[in-house]
Design a protein around this ligand. Structure first.
Ligand code: GN1
Ligand code: MG
Length: 383
C-alpha cells in the first residue's frame, strides 16, 4: 500500500498549507535556485519535522526536503550533520568506484549560503535541506514480498558499503540507542515515577514487559564478542528506504541521523519489526496485529544476500533474535514515553504511544510463537 509519495501528484500523508512563510524564510538561507512555489508537510516521521519544497510548476521541477532536527532527541545537531556528511561522501565514492551514477543512490545535502550543512534559526532551531530523489516512494507498510525483499537488499547493501568505514570517527548521536537493558531500566524508572499517573491504567502491559527482563541482554551481552560491532543505520523502519517507482528496486537509504556503531541485528530487526507486521504501528485493534512469515522470509533473503557474505554464521543464526529484540525495545520505548507524558515521540492523541506500545507487545508475542520456524529458516542460509 502506498502510504505517501514525495511525488507532487500523490499527496497522501503530506499536508499542504498555503501559509508556510516561516518555512520560506528558512529555505532562503540555503543555496537554492529561487524560492519554492509550493510547500507541504510530511507527516510520517515521529521525530523531526519535514517539509517538502517544490521549486516549480512543471512535473519535473526539483523537490527538496527541509527538516528541522529535533534537538530534544539529537542534542548535538552539528555532530549529526558531520556524521551524515562523512557517511554520504563514503557511500557516494563507493558508487563512483563501481562506475554507478550516485545521484539517485545517496542523499545530497544542500549547503547554506554560509557554506554549512546546518542553518540555525533565531530560536535555535537546527535545519538542513536535501534534494528529494524523484520517482521514488517511501512505503509505510509493505504488502508485497517482492517489495520487502528489495528493502532487504537496500539495507543490506547500505551496511556492506559502510563495512570499510572507520567507525571511530562517528559521533554517537544518541548514546546507548539500542542498549535494550538500559531501555528496560529507564522503563522501570518511569513506572516508579509515574509522572502522569498513567501506570495504574496499563498494569497488564507493565507486567508483560517486566517479564521480558532476562531477554533484554541477549544482544548487548554478545556485542563486540561473537557479534561484531559494525557501522549500522539503527533506524531501518521501512519508510527509510526509497523504492524506485519504475524499477521497484531499493535505491537509497534515508534518515541517516542514527548511523553509528551497532549490530547488524539492529538493522535487520527494526526492518522486520516495522515491515513484517500485518497492521500499522499505531493500529488500535491489536487483533489485526500479526507476524507475516512470508514477508519475514523475503526480507531476510534480500538482506543476507546484499550484505555480500559479510554476515558471520552467528549473526545469521541470531537474526530472529534481532527481530524480537527491536520489537520489545520499541514496546519499552513507547510505553516509557506514554508514562512520561509523550515528550519524545510525536503523538496525535493522548493514547497514541500506548496504542503503539500495544501493537509492539502483540507483535512480539506473535514473533515468539513463530521463533522456531524463523530459526529453521535462517539456519538454511548459513553458508
Ligand atoms: C522513530 O524517525 P522515525 O520517526 O522513523 C525513532 C525510531 C523508532 C521509530 C518508531 C531517532 O523513527 O528509533 O523505531 O520512531 N527514531 C529515533 O516508529 O528515536
Ligand atoms: Mg527516522
Amino acid at each position: 500500500m502506498r502510504e505517501y509519495s514525495l511525488c507532487p501528484t500523490i499527496r497522501k500523508g503530506v499536508l499542504f498549507h498555503m501559509n508556510y512563510d516561516f518555512v520560506r524564510e528558512i529555505a532562503s538561507h540555503f543555496e537554492l535556485d529561487g524560492a519554492p512555489v509550493s510547500i507541504g508537510e510530511l507527516t510520517a516521521g515521529h521525530i523531526n519535522s519535514s517539509f517538502l519544497l517544490t521549486m516549480g510548476t512543471k512535473p519535473d521541477a526539483p523537490i527538496y526536503v527541509l527538516q528541522r532536527i529535533n534537538t530534544f532527541v539529537f542534542k548535538d545537531p552539528v555532530a549529526v550533520m558531520e556524521n551524515i556528511g562523512r557517511v554520504t561522501v563514503h557511500i557516494r565514492n563507493s558508487y563512483i568506484a563501481e562506475g554507478i551514477d550516485p545521484d539517485r543512490r545517496v542523499l545530497r545535502f544542500v549547503p547554506t549560503t554560509a557554506g554549512s550543512l546546518l542553518y540555525t534559526d533565531k530560536d535555535g532551531g537546527a535545519w538542513r535541506l536535501y534534494r528529494h530523489i524523484g520517482g521514488s516512494t517511501a512505503y509505510n507498510s509493505i504488502e508485497s514480498a517482492a517489495l520487502f525483499r528489495e528493502a532487504g537488499h537496500g539495507f543490506g547493501d547500505f551496511q556492506a558499503r559502510l563495512s570499510d568505514f572507520p567507525a571511530d570517527v562517528l559521533a554517537e548521536t544518541i548514546p546507548h540507542f539500542h542498549n535494550t537493558p538500559l531501555r528496560y531500566e529507564t522503563f522501570l524508572r518511569s513506572v516508579e515515577t509515574d509522572a502522569m499517573g498513567r501506570a495504574a491504567g496499563v498494569h497488564d502491559e507493565i507486567e508483560f514487559l517486566r517479564g521480558c527482563r532476562d531477554f533484554t541482554s541477549a544482544i548487548t551481552s554478545r556485542l563486540g564478542k561473537d557479534l561484531p560491532l559494525r557501522v549500522t543505520h539503527n533506524d531501518t523502519k521501512i519508510n527509510n528506504v526509497l523504492i524506485d517507482d519504475t524499477t521497484g528496486k531499493a535505491i537509497c537509504v534515508i534518515d541517516l541521523d542514527t548511523v553509528m556503531p551497532g549490530s547488524s541485528l539492529y538493522d535487520y530487526g527494526d526492518a522486520i519489526r516495522s515491515g513484517a507486521c500485518t497492521a500499522a504501528e499505531d493500529e488500535p485493534d491489536t487483533d489485526k496485529v500479526g507476524f507475516d512469515m512470508d514477508l519475514f522470509k523475503a526480507f531476510t533473503e534480500g538482506f543476507v544476500a546484499s550484505t555480500a557474505g559479510g554476515l558471520t554464521p552467528t549473526e545469521i543464526r541470531l537474526l530472529p533474535i534481532g527481530a524480537l529484540m527491536l520489537t520489545l525495545e520499541t514496546a519499552l520505548r513507547f510505553l516509557t514515553d506514554y508514562l512520561n507524558g509523550d515528550a519524545y515521540f510525536k503523538t496525535r492523541y493522548p493514547e497514541h504511544n500506548l496504542v503503539r506500545a500495544r501493537t509492539q507487545i502483540k507483535l512480539y508475542r506473535e514473533m515468539q510463537a513463530c521463533l522456531d520456524e524463523m530459526n529453521a529458516y535462517v539456519a538454511k542460509l548459513v553458508p
